[in-house]
Structure formats: C-alpha cells, structure tokens
Design a protein around this ligand. Structure first.
Ligand SMILES: Nc1ncnc2c1ncn2[C@@H]1O[C@H](COP(=O)(O)OP(=O)(O)OP(=O)(O)O)[C@@H](O)[C@H]1O
Ligand SMILES: [Mg+2]
Length: 257
C-alpha cells in the first residue's frame, strides 16, 4: 500500500511518517519512505538515517527533469515519464537509498540554492515514480509531502492508494481538512485523518470540527517527540496513537488483498 501523508505546515507530517515507518518495520514490514518535501531536511533525522542523494540526480538533475517535463507538455496527451516500466525498491540504485533495517529512505529532490526555481520537476518525478512503483505484500510506501496542497495539483497522489491527513489543533488545519476532502473526492482516493499534538480538550474539539468517521488515530502532544526533533534524535519509541494507526493500515491492506 502506498500512503500519502499531508497536512498544513508544521502539523507533524514528518514526525508521524517517521514514527509510523519505525512501527511498521518493527511489525516485520519493509517500508519505503519517500521524502517528497523539497524544502525541509528533517525527515531523515527523525528516522535516524542518512539523507540519500537526490533521486532527481539519477535522471540528470532538476534541470534535465524540467526539460523532459516541458517536452512532454508539448506533446498532446503525452504523460511525463522517465520510468518505462514498473519499478521495485530493489531496482533503485543504492546511492539513492538510505537503509536502516527494513526501512529504505528515498529523497526525490531538495531545493538547496537561492533562485533555483519551483519544485514542479520534483513533483512530476515523484508522481511518475509512485505510479510505477510496485510493492510486495509485505511492503508499505510512506510519502511525506511538503506543507499544504501544492503537491496535489501535480498528481503525486495519483499513484497512492490512500491519503492520511495530519491535523493539528488549529483552525488552519480544520479548514484545510475541508479542502483536502474535496481534493481526495475528485482524485478518487480514500482519505483518513490523524489528529496530532492533542490533549483531551483539543482532541474533543477537533473530533467535533472534522468528520469523525475519518479519524483513525489520535496522537498526544508529546514532550519526547518535541525534544528529539529539537536535538536531532530519531523518533524510535512507542507513542500512543501510532500503534492504532499501524493496526488500521494493516487491516486495510489485508482487506484490499
Ligand atoms: N505529537 C507531537 N507532540 C509534540 N510535538 C510534536 C508532535 N508532532 C510533531 N511535533 C513537533 O512539531 C514540529 C513540526 O513537526 P514536523 O516537522 O513533523 O511537522 P511537518 O508537518 O513535517 O512540518 P513541515 O510542514 O515543515 O514539513 C516539530 O517541532 C515536532 O517536534
Ligand atoms: Mg515535514
């Protein structure tokens, strides 16, 4: 199952991705974590892994990917694709994968320099990769995205089976949930919510404010998450709500098989 993790800036997308990847790996799954955030450099630290080389470099770098993307836009009905056929995690050259136990980390591309331009080529590459990625039954792909909804318009969600939206206790998240619900409906993708950084009161408020049927996990505001993200240590510990999220995804995959 390929899972897209989205939400507003700072809601905890990368933290939830890391905690979930580590939990699924403990349960015996292989996890491919796709870092699809071109701006932030934190996910690999939350996973306790090295940042791999940008996958875009394998295709000639961002400029070359951009040229191929422009070329494909000229042709009618032609879809940008650099993968001729299905790709498996084992086909990805080692240089572009960080490995730790059963977790593989792939970073599509990072913006490093001032004036480098937009992230469209990275999103196009990501969309193509996720469409073509073939998983075994014991594999999950978790896609950590940049803040907001920009990546949706680029089709990154098209290759995913399910969208998880992380919602923190804020009006921005509540409002964004409405938008993401509409997007997921038009994309034909199932959407579920993860409430993050909650206490009893904020969890109750959020449950009253969004569609409660979509909530599959409630994660507390936790000092250790905050502290480890501050000092740069991995989120390799158990946290309330993460087990429930992994249970939910396990049930989903066995039902969809
Ligand atoms: N459950 C939690 N309890 C306490 N702090 C949390 C929790 N989840 C995330 N945080 C904190 O919130 C901050 C943002 O987290 P994170 O980087 O995971 O968010 P993000 O949505 O990936 O952000 P961005 O939009 O910048 O990519 C970090 O300081 C992190 O420690
Ligand atoms: Mg992030």
């Amino acid at each position: 199952m390929k899972i897209l993790i989205c939400g507003k800036g700072g809601c905890g997308k990368s933290s939830v991705t890391a905690l979930l990847a580590i939990e699924l790996e403990k349960r015996g799954y292989k996890v491919i974590v796709v870092d699809n955030d071109e701006s932030n450099f934190g996910l690999h630290i939350q996973l306790g892994m090295e940042l791999p080389k940008d996958f875009a470099i394998h295709f000639g770098g961002k400029r070359m990917v951009a040229e191929k993307l422009l070329e494909s836009m000229k042709g009618e009905g032609e879809r940008f694709s650099v993968f001729g056929e299905g790709i498996r995690a084992s086909d990805i050259p080692e240089d572009y994968m960080s490995k730790k136990g059963g977790i593989n980390l792939l970073a599509i591309g990072k913006i490093r320099d001032f004036g480098e331009g937009c992230a469209c080529p990275f999103n196009a590459l990501s969309a193509d990769f996720l469409r073509m990625l073939e998983l075994n039954k014991d594999e999950f792909a978790l896609v950590d995205t940049d803040a907001g909804v920009e990546h949706f318009g680029r089709g990154v969600e098209a290759g995913c089976d399910l969208i998880l939206m992380v919602i923190d206790p804020s009006q921005e998240s509540i409002r964004l949930a409405e938008k993401v619900t509409k997007i997921s409906e038009s994309a034909g993708k199932p959407l579920y919510y993860v409430l993050n950084k909650t206490d009893d009161e904020t969890a109750r408020f959020l449950l009253d404010s969004v569609d409660g049927n979509k909530v599959v996990s409630v994660i507390p505001a936790d000092k250790k998450v905050f502290r480890n993200c501050l000092v740069g240590e991995a989120l390799d510990f158990e946290l309330k709500g993460i087990g429930e999220l992994a249970d939910f995804l396990e049930r989903k995959t066995s039902r969809d098989r």
